[in-house]
Design a protein around this ligand. Structure first.
Ligand code: GAR
Length: 206
């Protein structure tokens, strides 16, 4: 079983989709969430973790004197839990370079748009959907990608499009995109596990 950690700052509906996928769906027998980390004490994702009996921890930046100590705390939790893959699910902070090195090509993120469009610094959550409405595009969607040192620019693993109608508000688009996210995140994790850990065991693939 591949050991997943989820890093999340908010509601955690993607975390729930991943948990449901190994309880009832495409990740059954392949993976399990062994750790949920949130940088926000009020995040509903922590409540979800408690309900699912998953070990969870809140690591807030303000509890540490600097970034180095904050990042070390996250790194230690990942190591102690023997995590294989890290899934960012609405995690609103950059991942530390040292963590990226150790978990090279083992950190995934979900973004609420069709990257490389509507990505980059400042493009998260509702800002993305507002920009999509402003641009007047007919399609948006969700992207799962590997995390590297730049925002939203790592190799794409899976994408799913959603149609946008002229009357859609940013909230309407967020809803449609979240539905797509819940489908592709578990599928993308499955793809990575099969290609990386099971079939070829070749990290150079990504
Ligand atoms: C999701 O739409 C996710 O794509 C987005 O935050 C939401 C979290 O929802 N992430 C980003 O914008 C990161 N750039 P959730 O907490 O219900 O999973």
């Amino acid at each position: 079983m591949i050991r997943l950690a989820i890093l999340a700052s908010g509601g955690g509906s993607n975390m729930q989709a991943i948990v449901d996928a190994y309880k009832f769906g495409v990740l059954k027998g392949l993976a399990e969430v062994v750790l949920v980390i949130s940088n926000n004490a009020n995040a509903f994702v922590l409540e979800r973790a408690r309900k699912e009996n998953i070990k969870s921890v809140c690591i807030e930046r303000k509890s540490f004197k600097d970034d180095e100590f904050f990042n070390k705390a996250i790194f230690t939790k990942l190591q102690v839990a023997s995590v294989d893959l890290v899934c960012l699910a609405g995690y609103m902070r950059m991942i530390d370079k040292e963590i990226l090195k150790v978990y090279n090509r083992r950190i995934l993120n979900i973004h609420p748009a069709l990257l490389p469009k509507f990505g980059g610094k400042g493009m998260y959550g509702h800002f993305v959907h507002e920009a999509v409405v402003k641009a007047g595009v007919k399609k948006s969607g969700a992207t799962v990608h590997f995390v590297n040192e730049e925002y939203d620019s790592g190799k794409i693993i899976l994408q799913k499009e959603v149609e946008i109608s002229k009357s859609d508000t940013p909230g309407d688009i967020a809803k449609k995109v979240l539905e797509a996210e819940h489908k592709i995140y578990p599928q993308a994790i499955k793809k990575v596990i099969e290609e990386k850990f099971e079939v070829k065991n070749d990290f150079s693939l990504y």
